[in-house]
Each structure stands twice: as C-alpha cells, then as structure tokens.
Write a protein that binds this ligand. Structure first.
Ligand SMILES: Cc1cc2nc3c(=O)[nH]c(=O)nc-3n(C[C@H](O)[C@H](O)[C@H](O)COP(=O)(O)O)c2cc1C
Length: 265
C-alpha cells in the first residue's frame, strides 16, 4: 500500500494515512552510478533488458484521443520538472498574485533566461500571465521541502484580485528592481522581466488559442546566505532541498544523487 500511488476514484485520505511519515531528516546522499566502470560504446547498463521491451506508437491527435490524455502522458513522462512559484502584481499595483508553474525551465545563463508555459490563451489568461503580460515583471521562486504545502496551496483557482499570499501563509520580502515581492521562505528567487510571449493554437480545435510561452530574463538573484558558497556561484543541494513536479498530484524530493564526469574526446 505504501508504494501505491493515488488514482482518481481512490479514497485519498486512506491512501495517505497508510504511508509512512515524511522523513524530514533525509539528507542528500551520493551513491556510485549504476555502472562506474562503463566504457565508450557499452550502451545501456541493464544487460540488454530494455531491448527486449516493445513500444506503442501514439499520435497525439489520433481520432477519439482526449486532449487530457496528452496532458497526463506529458506530465507523468517528462519528469521531474522544476517548479517556478511565480509572484506578480496587477498593473494598478493593488493586488498581488502567487502561483506555481512546472512547464518551466532555465534555458540560458548569459543572459539568464527562463521559459514558462501557460495553459490557455492571452485573452483568458491565468492571473499570473495577465499580470506578467501587463507589467512585464515577475519573481520566480524555487520551491523547497520546508514550504511545499504552502506552495501547493497557491495553485487554488482564486478569482482575479484575490491574493494567494494569505491563503498560503507565505511571507513577502522586498524585491530590488521589480515590483512583485519575492517569497521570503524561498532559498533561491529570481527577479525577472518579460522578454516576449508567444501564443499557440490548438490542433484539435483549430482557431482556439490554448497555450502561451513566456520568455523571462533574470535581472536579480536572491540566494539564502546559508545555501550559497563564498564566491556566490553554487547553491547547496543539501540546503535547497528542491521539490519537483511529477505526474498527477505527485511531487518529488531530490535526496539520492550520483555524479558522472563529463566525457572528453
Ligand atoms: C505544481 C503545479 C504546477 C503547475 N504548473 C502549471 C503550468 O506549468 N502551467 C499552467 O498553466 N498551470 C500550471 N499549474 C496550475 C496553476 O498553478 C493554476 O492554474 C493556478 O490557479 C494559476 O494561478 P493564477 O490564475 O493566479 O495565475 C500548476 C499547478 C501546480 C500545483
């Protein structure tokens, strides 16, 4: 039961109650990679086991396939994903918004660039996207284990203008070059300015806008003192304790790591 994951229709409370308590003291440990003596050309490390398995081909737009099946296969298969907990402000400065987005990634460091994918259109934009498009500012906060429940609470579909800050109980800390606050509990926050947005159209319902990509440039980093090294270049994984998004309602911890040197030709 403890290894089973929740499926729609299950009694979630019952599934959760059967699980062991969260191991708060679980530290990041490093083990050897699966095959430390791996040599060039050796391929997989499973003695050919994976070559005995078959694949099924899926056309994402095949007749009768619901769009939700593409959502589910992508969010359960493209894992783990970092989560950008994004803080924005309305154009009139009156309301603050906070919400998590896992269609998110860093894509460059000079300049520091980040992408975020918003489901839906610019016209019916989620509050975060509306604010980001109108003010061109945000703060991307990285989620750690010590505030995972509060971060999850910010995904509530609160009406525009209702602040998820109070719902979550998280604290606002002043930013330096953008208006939205950063999350004080966060180990790493990035003040960002919008570079551009690109809207995408549905393949199943042509003409309907169903996704928006935002490219954001990082203009300030805020790193917690005890997580950053002396020359301010490396975040300590053991302090960061990042939370990632997996499929369904699953989140992942990063407590088991391996190191493999980069190959030289
Ligand atoms: C962990 C997590 C990750 C999410 N990632 C995304 C995402 O990448 N894109 C998206 O459109 N919605 C995503 N959502 C849903 C939004 O957080 C949700 O729609 C939220 O209500 C948006 O808030 P807003 O309208 O205040 O911007 C995610 C939800 C959770 C819990």
């Amino acid at each position: 039961m403890t290894s089973a994951f929740f499926k729609t229709g299950d009694d979630f409370e019952k599934v959760q109650a059967a699980r062991p308590d969260f191991r708060r003291d679980a530290d990041v440990t490093f083990s050897k990679p699966p095959k430390p003596d791996w040599k060039q050309g050796e391929g997989a490390n499973d003695d050919g086991e994976s070559l005995k398995k078959n694949h099924v081909e899926i056309d994402p737009h095949e007749e009768g396939r619901p769009v939700s099946s593409n959502y589910k296969i992508l969010i359960s298969g493209m894992v783990p994903r970092p989560i950008a907990l994004i803080s924005t402000k309305s154009k009139d400065g009156k309301s603050a918004n906070l919400a998590p987005f896992s269609y998110s990634q860093v894509i460059n460091h000079d300049p520091p660039l980040f992408v975020v994918g918003f489901v839906g259109s610019l016209e019916k934009a989620k509050d975060t996207l509306k604010n980001l498009a109108e003010t061109e500012e945000c703060v991307i906060n990285i989620i750690s284990e010590h505030f995972v429940e509060a971060a999850n609470a910010t995904a509530v579909n609160a009406p525009y203008g209702v602040s998820e800050w109070e719902i979550s109980g998280l604290h606002q800390a002043p930013s330096s070059v953008v208006q939205p606050a950063r999350v004080q509990e966060s180990i790493l926050s990035i003040e960002g300015k919008l570079v551009e947005t690109k809207e995408f159209e549905s393949r199943t319902t042509p003409g309907k806008k169903t996704g928006v990509l935002a490219i954001i440039e990082g203009v300030r980093f805020w790193a917690r003192e005890d997580a950053i090294n002396e020359d301010r270049s490396v975040i300590d994984l053991k302090v960061l304790k990042p939370i990632s998004r997996l499929g369904g309602i699953q989140y992942g911890r990063t407590t088991d790591a391996i190191e493999i040197p980069r190959p030289q030709f």
